[in-house]
Every structure is written in C-alpha cells, then in structure tokens.
Design a protein around this ligand. Structure first.
Ligand code: NDP
Ligand code: MG
Length: 384
C-alpha cells in the first residue's frame, strides 16, 4: 500500500525537494493534497503531474487563476488555510508534510495532529511558536512528528531508547555567510549578500535566519520541544562544512553523530520512509573528498539572535511566539531594505521587552499574541 501524502507548501524549496524524493520512490507514495501560495504556475504543473485529490492556494489571485484554468478537472481546488483544513478533514491521509514557511503553518499542523495524522515537520516556526499546544494535541491523539530539519533528523536518528542516558544534544550550525564578520562589518550586510548561503539553497526567510543565526536559535527551541531536553543540555557548535548534521552525547561520554552531504532530500526521505530506509540515487558523501571537519564555538556577541532565542526559550510560555513573530516581520523589513541587518535582533528585543509572557493559553489567544507582536514589530519603523 502506498503512503498517502499531503504536501503543504509544495511550491517551495522543501516542497519541491519532497516531490523529487517521491519521484525517486514512486512505488511507495501517492500525493493526495498539494498546497501553494503565490506560485500558481508551479502548483498547476505539479497538480497535472501528480493528479492529487485536492489542491489549495492560499492567495486569492493565484487561486482564481488556477480555478479558471482547471475547469474540467476532477481535482478539487480550495482556497486558504481553511481550504487546507477542509482537505485534511475530507481526504484519507497517512502523512502530512508541513513545508510552508512561517507561523502560518500552526493551524494546519495542529489540525493534522488532532486528526491523528503523523506530521513530517519542516516548518520549525510552528513548533517554536506553539510547542505547548502541539504537545497537548499529540498527547491526546498519539500522532507523531518526524523531523525534517536536517539537525533534528540527525538527532532523531542518533537517539537511543534509553532517554536517561542522554547527556546533551549538540546542534551543528554552518555559521552562515558572515561567520567571520565583526560587528562593524555586519553593518554593511545587504539582502543580496545575506541571501547567498555557503552550503544550502533554501527559501528566502530561512536563508536570512541562517545569516543572523536566528535559524539556529529557532532550532534550539525546536530541539527542546521535539526531544524534551532542557536548554542547559542543548549546545550549538559552528561547523562550516555542514557534513555533521548534529550529534547526541551520552552520559558515558560517547557521541553519536549523523553525517551526510548538505542535501535536504536525505532528511526529507527519512521522514517519508520512517521507520524504514530505502535506497536512492542521490549523491553520497565521500569523506576523503572533504578532508577535514572543523568545529568552533558560536560568537553570541556578533550574533545576538542566538542568545535571544536561548533566553526566550528558557522563559518559555508565549515568549517564543513573540520572538518568532517579531523575527518574521524583521526579516521581511530587512528584505525590503527598511531596516539593516544589525537591526533585526534590535527590533526583536524591542518587541520582546513589551511582552508579559502568558502561562496557559488557547489557540485563539496564541494567535492574538502572534498578531500583536507583528503589529508592534512594524511600529519599530516609526520610532527610528
Ligand atoms: P520557501 O519560501 O521556499 O517555501 C515556502 C512555501 O510556503 C511555498 O510553497 C510558499 O508558496 C508557501 N507559503 C508562503 N507563504 C504562505 C502563506 N502565507 N500561506 C500558505 N503558504 C505559504 O521556504 P522553504 O521551503 O525554504 O522552507 C519551508 C519551511 O521549512 C520553513 O519553515 C523553513 O524554516 C523549513 N526548513 C527549510 C529548509 C530548507 O533547506 N529550505 C531546511 C530546514 C527547514 P509559494 O511559493 O507558492 O508562494
Ligand atoms: Mg536546520
């Protein structure tokens, strides 16, 4: 029996690579749902190729375009996040791949888990902003999250059943394109420069997050929720080659590491085939070609986003929700040339200072806090 897949964010970098993995392993998977936002052309091409039961567009203009073209098709075309929710409810699905970018992924991810469907999670913003709610729903339905993020996939694969023996998680970070920059040099960083990542080819938002090290900060919080490990037991190590995808250290001093080429198709495939492994034709790592692997401590002063994420993670409650929302707005403003690279952490800190963390919250209250943080973040522009 083929695994029935819902792929949310199929038009993005992770989405397209997920489809490449499925092309490689055609006999094992069937696409039932695809979703995109602006890129109607690509979604249309994908729809014609994979013939899913549902496609959803979350942007009105692109939805209208596709609706007008696919008039005689049996594919059902829905609009918006509500459309995704409807499709997940009506369609028989074995695994939801959440590959949308940003906190917009919270609602569909929670819905999938609520329906008892396992989630292959690329969308780290969801678990950062709503980790508590995610865990509550999982506890009710038993639905699993299989990480797609390469570091968390690595940790997931290195974790032994005896959780008591775990000492710490060591998350590796490439350091991004400005790894060796001083604070002064960081003042000159433009969006064009920040969008050129040395090792990974990714969507714009995560590429900027990698340059500020906020990506690693979000991943620290993601690791905390996925593996129930305290922040004191999560360490970040800069590893410029991006070959060791992360490590797990045990109380006896043993470290288990996961190695591979920097190719997202590998962790995507593992999340799709879990608990099995399948062969593929993707390029394989030859360590003699790499030669040497380096590891350094991160520079928390030049990259304050990482420090902020640890602080916010430790405070918990709704602080990570605010950090995530403020960061999403800050990245957007930076890409529009409205704030500078070094202002990204300043804006986030400025918003965090205004928030009193809330302890017990519903989904609706969480969404209100997310909205509040986005509004305040934009006010930063009027004060400079
Ligand atoms: P992209 O920007 O390439 O893709 C984002 C996807 O989300 C696209 O399909 C896009 O549609 C869709 N989308 C954008 N805005 C909305 C919205 N408002 N509502 C619904 N859908 C929307 O991002 P990536 O693929 O790089 O990243 C996706 C997620 O995976 C992120 O959370 C990221 O942190 C995580 N991740 C990515 C990695 C990578 O290598 N790229 C590695 C590890 C994690 P459209 O293009 O049609 O507008
Ligand atoms: Mg990662």
């Amino acid at each position: 029996m083929k695994k029935k897949i819902a792929l949310l964010g199929s038009t993005g970098s992770i989405g397209s690579q997920t489809l490449q993995v499925i092309d490689e392993l055609k006999d094992y998977f069937q696409i039932k749902i695809l979703s995109g936002h602006k890129n109607s052309e690509l979604l249309l091409t994908q729809a014609l190729k994979y013939n899913p039961e549902f496609i959803i567009l979350t942007q009105k203009e692109s939805y209208n375009k596709v609706k007008n073209i696919l008039t005689d098709s049996s594919i059902k075309i829905l609009f918006g996040i509500e459309g995704i929710i409807q499709a997940l409810t009506e369609c028989e699905i074995d695994l939801v791949v959440t590959a949308v970018s940003g906190a917009i992924g919270i609602k569909p991810t929670l819905k999938a888990l609520e329906l008892g469907i396992d989630v292959a999670l690329a969308n780290k913003e969801t678990i950062v902003a709503a980790g508590n709610l995610v865990q509550q729903v999982q506890a009710k339905t038993g639905a699993k999250i299989i990480p797609v993020d390469s570091e968390h996939s690595a940790i997931f694969q290195c974790l032994e059943p005896d959780k008591q023996a775990l000492d710490k998680i060591i998350l590796t970070a490439s350091g991004g394109p400005f790894r060796n920059y001083t604070r002064e040099k960081l003042l000159e960083v433009t969006p064009e420069k920040a969008l050129k990542h040395p090792n990974w080819n990714m969507g714009k938002k995560i590429t900027i997050d990698s340059a500020t090290l906020m990506n690693k900060g979000l991943e620290v919080i993601e690791a905390h929720w996925l593996f129930n490990v305290s922040y004191d037991n999560i360490e970040v190590v800069i590893h410029p080659q991006s070959i060791v995808h992360s490590m797990v250290q045990y109380i006896d001093g043993s470290i288990l590491a996961h190695l591979g080429l920097p190719d997202m198709k590998v962790p995507i495939q593992y999340a799709l085939t879990y608990p099995n492994r399948r062969g593929n034709t993707f390029p394989k790592l030859d360590l003699t070609n790499i030669g040497s692997l380096e590891f350094f401590s991160p520079d928390f002063n030049s990259f304050p986003c990482l420090k902020l994420a640890y602080q916010v993670g430790r405070t918990g409650n709704t602080m990570p929700t605010v950090l995530n929302a403020a960061n999403e707005v800050a990245v957007e403003l930076f890409l529009q040339n409205k704030i500078s690279f070094v202002e990204i952490p300043l804006l986030i800190e400025w918003v965090l200072e205004k928030h009193l963390p809330v302890k017990n919250y519903s989904f609706e209250e969480l969404m209100e806090i997310d909205m509040w943080a986005r509004t305040i973040s934009r006010e930063y522009l009027t004060l400079r």
